[in-house]
Design a protein around this ligand. Structure first.
Ligand code: NAD
Length: 400
């Protein structure tokens, strides 16, 4: 990504705690950039209207100027947006992902020393989840059984496809799960590119291909096809060698491949994977998976390292370079505007953003200072501390 020294970066403050955490994030990033590059680099922040504030001012949750600005600028960052409740509203987050075809939801999971965790060794949890963001049952193609569309669909399934093992007359709704080779492959490629860029040697494809053979099973199949495009040693090669020449020979070949810098690729069935991340998390580094599995897995892993309050995320189209970095938590209406929210999730999302821009000195400064601050026991209330958003932000800046 070619980034000028004074890039325009659009940001959406966000609803609820957005007004607490977005200014905190901007302050931390600006201070880190000035510290890392002096006057050579500086971000020109451009606030964009979206969410409740935009609706109150303009009667539109996602005004056209916001979409235009996001189209013109590849990189943007956002606070949480409230999903309006009522007929016909789609989540603004989903709308943005679809509008810019942000096909990868990237969720790095890292433990910060000092954070309370429900597991014994949270420091063993260090992985990045690549969740497909545009397809799957999550695409929201659903029909209510009373609707004419559902009736047509059910009739088609019964008469044309001869499906007779479902009690359609009692089915209250029906959903469709689209999964494409291209959609799966571009996501898996992003996971491999990440592994290579970060010197990681294991990529795991997580799926439910045992039950959903063509959608989830397709994802697995296409994932292994992508593995062949990269310097990899797959579990399939391992098993073949084991059958032909024995376990020792297979283990030796795997060790040689890894020593030569190849990536070990395997797959796991999603339910088993959710057990494995509790039993043996250190085995996993990069995970590629479909939309719904990725949703569950990301939040389950975030809980292991201390909750979504400190978990960052990004929605990226690695082909166009379009990327929206975001806090992964919601608008936290219970503490909104009180100056108590933890800005760590959004600040860590800005770390991902700075890294994506290639501004590594600044991203390292922010990540290290945030880790140091938490390790010192200086935290907001959600992490058991007493600091306000402003005091926590000041403590991070002191630690630069
Ligand atoms: P939430 O994440 O807003 O809140 C859950 C709990 O976590 C609350 O007790 C809240 O106080 C706490 N919490 C969340 N973020 C925190 C922070 N930064 N610091 C300290 N505590 C924090 O989830 P919810 O209540 O289910 O959702 C509220 C609204 O947010 C809904 O409208 C939902 O649609 C929306 N939402 C938006 C996003 C997004 O924009 N990416 C994600 C999830 C939910």
């Amino acid at each position: 990504l070619q980034v000028p020294n004074q890039p325009d970066i659009p940001y959406i403050t966000g609803d609820g705690v957005g007004i607490d955490i977005s200014p905190a994030m901007i302050k931390v990033v600006d201070t880190a950039v000035a510290k890392a590059y002096g006057s050579e680099k500086k971000i020109a922040w451009k606030e964009l209207a979206a969410g409740e504030k935009a609706y109150a001012a303009q009667g539109d949750y996602l005004p056209q100027e916001t979409v235009t600005a996001l189209t013109e600028n590849l990189v943007a960052i956002k606070g949480p947006l409230m999903t309006p409740i009522g007929e016909g509203f789609r989540s603004l987050n989903v709308t943005l992902r679809q509008q810019f075809d942000l096909f990868a939801n990237v969720r790095p999971i890292t433990y910060f020393k000092g954070v309370a965790s429900p597991v014994k060794r949270p420091e063993n949890v260090e992985m990045t989840i690549f969740r497909e963001n545009t397809e799957d049952i999550y695409a929201g193609i659903e029909f209510e059984s009373e609707s004419p569309d559902a009736e047509r669909l059910i009739k088609l399934l019964k008469t044309e496809f001869g499906i007779d093992n479902i009690r359609f007359e009692q089915t209250s709704a029906i959903g469709i799960k689209p999964v494409s080779p291209d959609g799966s492959k571009r996501l898996v490629r992003a996971a491999f590119d990440h592994a290579i860029a970060h010197g990681l040697n294991r990529v795991t494809l997580v799926h439910k291909g045992n039950i959903m053979k063509f959608t989830e099973g397709g994802f697995k199949k296409w994932g292994y096809e992508v593995a062949d495009e990269y310097p990899t040693f797959t579990v399939n090669t391992f098993n073949k060698l084991k059958a032909e020449s024995g376990l020792d020979a297979a283990l030796a070949a795997k060790a040689t491949a890894l020593a030569a810098g190849k990536i070990y690729v395997d797959d796991a069935i999603a339910d088993n994977f959710l057990q494995q991340i509790l039993i043996n998390p250190s085995a996993y580094q990069v995970v590629a998976t479909l939309n719904l599995n990725g949703d569950y897995i990301s939040d389950a892993l975030a809980a292991q390292v201390g909750g979504i309050g400190i978990s960052p995320g990004a929605n990226i189209n690695f082909l166009t370079g379009h990327a929206i970095f975001e806090a992964t938590h919601g608008t936290a209406p219970d503490i909104a505007g009180l100056g108590l929210a933890n800005p760590a999730s959004l600040i860590l999302s800005s770390v991902m953003m700075l890294e994506f821009m290639g501004w590594l000195e600044a991203s390292n400064l922010v990540r290290d200072a945030l880790a140091k601050t938490i390790a010192q026991g200086q935290t907001t209330r959600d992490l058991g501390g007493k600091l306000t958003t402003a005091d926590f932000t000041a403590a991070i800046i002191t630690n630069f």
